[in-house]
Design a protein around this ligand. Structure first.
Ligand SMILES: Cc1cc2nc3c(=O)[nH]c(=O)nc-3n(C[C@H](O)[C@H](O)[C@H](O)COP(=O)(O)O)c2cc1C
Length: 356
C-alpha cells in the first residue's frame, strides 16, 4: 500500500485526499456532504435544484429559493462537521450559476468546485472571499489551459486544484462535449492526469494539485490515480449509495439492482453526454417517445427542451429520480454502479479506503 498524498486545496487540508463529488439533484445534499466532511474527506453539496423540495418553493420562486437553499445546506453540512471541509459544486451551465456561487461563498463554504462548462468568471463572483478555494473540473489539458490563461490574465489568480473527470466512467454529465469522446482513450485518466501534472509543473510553474475523478471505487483505484500524479480522488457513485446519501431509498435500490449492461450514455438536454441507468424513462427517450414534464424554471442557459421541445426537462427528470420514481426519473450513475451491492455507511467506506 502506498502512502496517501497530502492534499491541500487553497487554505484547506482534508485529513484524507478523498472528495465526494457533487451529485445533483440532491443526491449529495447537506447530509451526505456533512458526513463525508466529518469522516475526513471533502463533502460536496450539489447546488443544482435544491429548491425542489424546499418548504418555501411555491412554483414561481425557484431561483430565489435555490439561493436560500444553497446557504442553508452549507450551514447544515457545517453543523454536522464543524471542523470538516465542505464544498459546493456549481454547474456553469445553470442560469442561476452566479447567484449560487455567491450564495455558497457568503455562507462560508470552503471550496467551490465548478464544471459543466468552463468556469471562466468564477474568481469574479468570489472576489470578496479570499478563503474560498476555487476548483475547476476539466476533462483535458486544453480546457485547464484556457481557464488558467483567462484567470491569470483577468484576475491574477490560479485554480487551487483541478479535478480531471474522465468521460470513460464518470456518472452524470461526463465532461466530454461529443458522444465519440466518451470512449476516446485520449480522455482517460492515464493520459490526462500525467499530462496535466506536467503542464502545471513545467508551463504554469505552480503547485496546483490534480484530483482524479471517474471510475474510482476502492483503494487500488485510488493508488493507481496517485501513481499517475494525482494528489486526490473524487468519487461519486459509491457515495450516492450510502445511508447518508440524500436521495430516496428507491434511488439507492436502483443502484443496487443495476448490472453493467444497464448503464448507458445519452445526449442530455444540456447538449453534452450524460451517463445514466437504462430505466423506462431513458428507454423511451432513446426510442424518441419520451413525454416531458413541463419546464420548471428555464434553469439552463442552453436547453434543447426549452429551445425546440426535443429531449425533456432534465430538472424534472432528476428530481423524479431523487424521489425514487423509477418509471419517470433520470438516474445518473457512473459505470461502477454495478459494483453497488448494498447501501453502505460513509464511515465504513472511509475505513475501507484509508484504514491501516
Ligand atoms: C447521480 C450523479 C449526479 C451527478 N451530478 C453532478 C453535478 O451536479 N455536478 C457535477 O459537476 N458532477 C456531477 N456528477 C459527477 C460526480 O460529481 C463525480 O465527478 C463522478 O460521479 C465521479 O465518477 P464516479 O461516479 O465513477 O465516482 C454526478 C454524478 C452522479 C453519479
Amino acid at each position: 500500500m502506498i502512502n496517501l498524498p497530502l492534499l491541500k486545496i487553497g487554505n484547506h487540508s482534508p485529513k484524507y485526499p478523498i472528495i465526494q463529488g457533487g451529485m445533483g439533484v440532491k443526491v449529495s445534499g447537506s447530509k451526505l456532504a456533512g458526513s463525508v466532511a466529518l469522516h475526513g474527506g471533502v463533502g460536496t453539496i450539489a447546488s443544482v435544484g435544491l429548491a425542489c423540495d424546499h418548504p418555501d418553493y411555491k412554483g414561481w420562486n425557484y431561483f430565489d429559493v435555490n439561493e436560500i437553499a444553497v446557504a442553508e445546506s452549507v450551514k447544515k453540512a457545517r453543523e454536522s462537521a464543524p471542523d470538516g471541509i465542505v464544498a459546493v459544486n456549481c454547474m456553469v451551465a445553470l442560469t442561476d450559476y452566479e447567484r449560487q456561487v455567491r450564495s455558497a461563498a457568503e455562507a462560508g463554504v470552503d471550496i467551490i468546485v465548478s464544471g459543466a462548462g468552463l468556469p471562466v468568471k468564477l474568481p469574479e463572483y468570489t472576489r470578496d472571499f479570499a478563503d474560498v478555494a476555487l476548483v475547476p473540473i476539466v476533462s483535458s489539458v486544453r480546457a485547464a489551459d484556457l481557464i488558467i490563461r483567462k484567470w491569470s490574465r483577468q484576475y491574477g489568480r490560479l485554480p487551487d486544484a483541478i479535478v480531471v473527470e474522465t468521460p470513460l466512467y464518470a456518472g452524470g454529465h461526463v465532461g466530454a462535449t461529443r458522444m465519440e469522446n466518451v470512449t476516446d482513450m485520449a480522455f482517460s485518466l492515464e493520459r490526462v492526469v500525467p499530462d496535466l501534472v506536467k503542464y502545471l509543473e513545467e508551463t504554469v510553474k505552480a503547485d496546483i494539485p490534480v484530483i482524479a475523478a471517474g471510475g474510482i471505487w476502492d483503494r487500488p483505484d485510488m493508488e493507481r490515480a496517485f501513481e499517475l500524479g494525482a494528489r486526490g480522488v473524487q468519487m461519486g457513485t459509491r457515495f450516492a449509495c450510502t445511508e447518508e446519501g440524500d436521495a430516496d431509498i428507491r434511488f439507492k435500490k436502483a443502484y443496487i439492482d443495476a448490472r453493467p449492461e444497464d448503464v448507458v450514455v445519452i445526449m442530455s438536454p444540456v447538449g453534452i453526454p450524460g451517463r445514466a441507468l437504462l430505466n423506462p424513462f431513458v428507454r423511451k427517450y432513446i426510442s424518441g417517445e419520451v413525454e416531458s414534464k413541463p419546464c420548471i424554471a428555464a434553469c439552463l442557459s442552453h436547453c434543447s427542451y426549452l429551445r425546440d421541445r426535443s429531449t425533456f426537462c432534465i430538472a424534472q427528470a432528476l428530481v423524479d429520480a431523487y424521489k425514487g420514481d423509477w418509471e419517470n426519473g433520470l438516474f445518473f450513475a457512473g459505470s461502477n454502479v454495478a459494483k453497488c451491492s448494498k447501501i453502505e455507511r460513509v464511515g465504513d467506506i472511509f475505513d475501507e479506503l484509508v484504514g491501516g
